[in-house]
Design a protein around this ligand. Sequence first.
Ligand code: UD1
Ligand code: CA
Length: 459
Amino acid sequence: MVSAVVLAAGLGTRMKSRLPKVMHRLGRKTLIECVLDTAFSEADEVVVVTGYRRELVEDFLRKRYPSVKFAVQHEQLGTAHAVKSALPEVEGDVVIIMPGDMPFVRRESLRRLVEALDEGFAGAVLVAELSEPAGYGRVVEKNGCVLKIVEEADATEEEKRIKRVNTGVYAFKKDLLEKALDKVKNDNRKGEYYLTDVVEILSSSGYKIKAVEAVRREGMGINSRRQLAEAYRERCREKAYQLMEQGVTILSPENTFIDEDVEVGIDTVIHPFVFIEGKTVIGEGCEIKPFSVIRDSRISDNVVINEHSVIEGAVVDEGVSIGPFARIRPETRLMKGSKIGNFVEVKKSVIGENSKANHLAYIGDAEVGSGVNIGAGTITCNYDGVKKHKTVIEDGVFIGSDTQLVAPVRVGKGALIGAGSTITKDVPPDSLAITRAPMKVLKGRGIEDYRKRKYGIKE
Ligand code: UD1
Ligand code: CA
């Protein structure tokens, strides 16, 4: 059985934050979620070591990972002390250790660490080669094995020149780890119990520790807000390049922000300053124009999303056109060929095939049939101050501009609503409904006449 121990008890002094470091977000996901997703993909159980503001971290994680276990480290005396606090909770005979601030570590790397133990190594360390290794522990190797890890603060000038660094991710046989931890002392620059000392303790007793090579960004840790920003940029760029290789056009990868799990079909064109987040799937041949945000949505093929549109929790069928400046809210379905234009908000509604709401409308809790035309300024009055009510607009209806539909209300198939109407009762199919004060025309009573009468102003 393989257990993972995730270290998340520290405050993260260098972040200068009231929030624990692992609760900072890399895009939409917190650092700790990035790490736990990977941990759970490979380990049979995951123990998170918490300390600083532990209730906050634990409540957050318990909701998302019901099977997660916690171990408390009351005082943050160092990474070795943190792991020691976790061991009573650990059931596996193999222990993977992951810092909570290394969000890029991959499942395959965890697997390779565990495989090293099957090959007979007592432990394995994930090692990254960095051009700027400052701040990381340096890995000292001999004959293909890791001899020891030296922390930056304790390193000699020569050791500081080593570019191979410790990612802080390891796998150990639990019994050996337990014994080695008991021998770790805090006689170093920081006065902390370093987990890294376990490596030297084991190797000097004749045990072999393997260096497993990290790939790409795995060695990037987050200790400061600057590193958080750099990591975010790197991740966005990597995702953009990956999509481009698969046939997506991304005009400016540095300025496009796409979450890891997003899928995009070929020949879709993504303009700069677009955010695509969460579990979003986008089809082929779409065009997504600048400043749009798409979150947790499914977008089919050949959809055009114009500038400054926000789409969340929606399903959008083929050939739909959205925006500019449209807002599509959760539980909305826009069916094939429909069109939602500028300054239109749609919430929890179905818009049928080829129906249009081109300008300035609010459509909430509505069921709109196919071929419907919703005029500018139309509002579904769905909320009576207590409850939400439904508006049904059947196929082929034409709603004149500036109409209020006071829900619950149904407009029958093929009906016509005159502009400026307030519809409070159901409209039967194929009828005209209009509520409008009759218009008067008074000749000779223009603006000049009005000024003269009221203020005595002459021409
Ligand atoms: C650690 C490693 C360093 C490695 C680097 C890579 C040690 C001594 N050093 O340094 O070799 O290059 O990670 O990421 O291990 N934590 C606790 N309890 C504690 C101290 C830390 O839970 O008492 C947690 C922190 O919340 C954090 C993680 O352990 O998530 C790493 O701690 P951090 O202080 O960032 O270690 P580094 O100085 O980066
Ligand atoms: Ca760190």
